[in-house]
Ligand binder design. Sequence first.
Ligand code: PMT
Length: 220
Amino acid sequence: LSDHPLQGKKVLVTAGPTQESLDPVRFLTNHSSGKMGYSIARAAFILGAKVRLIHGPTSLKPVPYIINQSITSAQDLFECVKRHHTHYDYIIMSAAVADYTPVETSTEKIKKNDNELILKLKKNPDILDYIGHHQVEHQVICGFAMETQDLIENASKKLNKKQCDLIIANHLKTEGAGFQGDTNVVTIITQESMKDIDKMSKSDLSYIILKECMKIGAKK
Ligand code: PMT
């Protein structure tokens, strides 16, 4: 590989959580810090790519010399990805996207009363599934999988159902994996192979993920 193996390539990365608004003061979200996705975006830039990072609300500094684009909800992310996905050689979906959103967002703060509060949620669009089914020629699509049960089985199902080229399965229950920290523990699943990657920094892991993407890209 040359020093800049992604020179001339365009990489789209999603990162961080989404926020699904309930009322003017509350939202549903998850624990994603954005670190994994920002690391991938930074590594892709260092390897020579033009990079667009679309991210939910995080406390991280923008990655220099790339396009940093911020969104709030899963629907915002969907619209943003739909606008751009066909122009990218590599798409890496590391954002932790809410599967459900409130049916209604109250314009006023929801008042407390003596009864239970029942929230009605509707399904969000599955963005990875959409781009997988609208993949353009030579494009490589990488998803992540976050499961607390039957990780490998469920991640492999996601690979096929969402029609992506590889899935990075996070070993959420292993120390040093998943949300917030600076390390991760994953299995990289493609149609042909399954590779366990021991605990390592999200930064080092980013280069491994990109290398796997490039291997697939070279065959397309
Ligand atoms: O941000 P950090 O704190 O560093 O943590 C990193 C991480 C754990 C968030 C990251 O490594 C990760 O696993 N991100 C994906 C989390 C997720 O949403 O997993 P999932 O199994 O629910 O979704 C599978 C894939 O479909 C993901 O690529 C996700 O981006 C995508 N998805 C999910 C739901 C949805 N409505 N649309 C999607 O595109």
